[in-house]
Design a binder for this molecule. Structure first.
Ligand code: TMP
Length: 206
């Protein structure tokens, strides 16, 4: 049996990492082994690319930026995601290709056709079995980020973050069978319960 790929998406400060850890724990109680990983990153090489994109101060051309995300994503897919799925392990990824569509296409103006070419080249037909979109208002995400050092993306304008949020919701509207929207403005326990309910329903756990 191959594993399942579940991706978590959403704006900065939506609480994805907390929810991924909680879901992995719950899956473990059901005897399902899951690895938690993230993008950009998840392998040594992809984490090196992450440094350039997330911590760096460079001003990339948007298509270059999308290509760097796909370079990282290919490393992650080839070396980590596909082997885990083939071994029957579930993979919970903090972000995947919907982030490129939301941030680089909706946010930074990369053409969707160009994203589709990069996606096909980098990862072929690899697609999440389920995507959980943790949706929060841009201001809530910004308030949550106030306590820590901001990433290069978090320093970007509110206008960009509003386009990113709208982009994620548009993706979910277009692919409701894959992408479930969860109101992540609530307390973490309520969000975790909503995540579990959707995973149980869509992926057949009880
Ligand atoms: P995060 O790991 O804290 O979510 O930070 C990663 C940042 O990278 C986040 O602000 C969104 C951005 N990003 C993109 O712009 N495009 C992508 O394809 C991915 C995976 C992330």
């Amino acid at each position: 049996m191959t594993g399942r790929l579940i991706t978590f998406e959403g704006g900065d400060g939506a609480g994805k990492s907390t929810q991924i850890a909680r879901l992995a724990g719950w899956l473990g109680e059901h005897g399902i082994q899951a690895v938690c990983t993230r993008e950009p990153g998840g392998t040594t090489e992809a984490e090196a690319i992450r440094e350039l994109l997330v911590s760096g101060e460079s001003d990339w051309d948007p298509l270059t930026e999308a290509m760097l995300h796909y370079a990282a994503r290919r490393e992650h897919a080839e070396k980590r995601i596909r082997p885990a799925l083939a071994a029957g392990t579930w993979v919970l990824s903090d972000r995947f290709f919907d982030s490129t569509v939301a941030y680089q296409c909706y946010g930074q103006g990369v053409a969707p056709d160009d994203e589709a070419i990069l996606r096909r080249l980098a990862i072929g037909a690899l697609r999440p079995d389920l995507t959980l979109l943790l949706d929060i208002p841009v201001e809530t995400g910004r308030d949550r980020a106030r306590e820590r050092r901001k990433s290069r993306y978090e320093e970007m304008s509110d206008e960009l973050h509003l386009r990113v949020r709208a982009g994620f919701l548009e993706i979910a509207r277009g692919e409701p069978e894959r992408v479930a929207v969860i109101d992540a403005g609530r307390d973490p326990d309520s969000v975790a319960a909503a995540v579990r309910a959707i995973v149980a329903e869509r992926l057949g756990l009880s």
